[in-house]
Write a protein that binds this ligand. Structure first.
Ligand code: MF3
Ligand code: CO
Ligand code: CO
Length: 289
């Protein structure tokens, strides 16, 4: 059921709705069709950065727990249950739950799914890859992170795609220095990815994050200059979350309104950190300790 005769993914059955204890504060968009407009900028005080870091740490710990559970036979719904439980048990709210009508506590994107895969009864198979994306909300601030996990042993080209997608993210983060435009990040990522002939997804991007889940600041992962010319300043917080493919960068969307796959069904990987820019570098705000 969850894979067709060609081994391509098809929609499965959805798990029951996940409950969040009443004492956990909801972000303002829950129950609305779209988030209220965000008027603030993308720089934060030290107190605010620490709040983003606390939320980011909770999301990262959820990914640690999910990663420990990835194995052949586990369903993406089970991974989502683990992510949900881990976020909620730390007193935080899973930001995706009720975001623009999305109904899960994580995104689980398997094989050709670029992003926004919806957890269901799909059982992972040896050799698959799965990206899990978790965002936590605590004390008014969001931290957003994702990782791609290998299911058992994967083919060498898949192993390399995952490894290089992580390296592409880190190169993009290291390029983000005060005084440069945010388009430097995608220029560095695309240049690296093109060495290997990978597709670089253009239509899903990094973003400002913190006081809002998506603040309006866009961080492309391809060379977009002269567009996206916002100048990087110390204290700025955003995600870098490149999606690289073994084929094309074009995509299709499932009728569920969420799941995004490569148009050619090529495999795709992603990593994401929330980062704060410093005078002399950066800090990752989505580390588990
Ligand atoms: N966490 C994703 C990001 O990196 C956003 C997921 S929104 C959802 O920006 F609604 F699809 F969950
Ligand atoms: Co993000
Ligand atoms: Co994310």
């Amino acid at each position: 059921m969850p894979f067709d005769a060609h081994g391509h993914l098809v929609p499965g059955a959805l798990p029951p709705a996940r409950a969040v204890p009443a004492h956990i504060a909801r972000p303002p968009y829950v129950g609305l069709a779209a988030p209220p407009g965000y008027a603030g900028d993308n720089t934060y005080t030290e107190v605010e950065v620490e709040r983003i870091r606390t939320a980011g740490r909770i999301a990262a710990r959820a990914l640690d727990a999910v990663g420990a559970a990835v194995r052949p036979g586990v369903t993406t719904a089970e991974l989502d249950r683990i992510a949900h439980q881990c976020v909620v048990s730390q007193g935080a709210y899973p930001s995706t739950l009720g975001y623009r009508g999305y109904r899960a506590s994580s995104c689980t994107s398997v094989n050709e799914v670029i992003c926004h895969g919806v957890p269901d009864d799909t059982e992972l198979r040896e050799g698959d890859l799965v990206n899990v994306d978790v965002t936590a909300y605590l004390d008014g601030f969001h931290g957003d992170t994702n990782r791609t996990f290998r299911v058992g042993e994967v083919a060498e080209e898949v192993d390399l795609l995952i490894e290089r997608t992580h390296e592409a993210m880190m190169r993009g983060i290291r390029a983000a220095k005060p005084g440069r435009q945010v388009n430097v990040i995608g220029r560095v990522i695309e240049t690296y990815a093109k060495r290997f002939g990978y597709g670089v997804v253009r239509d899903f991007t990094g973003h400002g994050v913190g006081a809002a889940f998506h603040t309006g600041l866009i961080i492309p992962h391809y060379d977009s200059a002269p567009a996206y010319s916002d100048v990087i300043v110390p204290g700025m917080v955003f995600t870098v979350e490149p999606m690289l493919t073994l084929g094309v960068h074009e995509w299709d969307q499932w009728e569920d309104g969420w799941t995004i796959t490569t148009r050619d069904k090529s495999l795709t990987a992603q990593f994401e950190h929330t980062v704060v820019v410093r005078e002399n570098g950066f800090e990752l705000l989505t580390l588990s300790e």
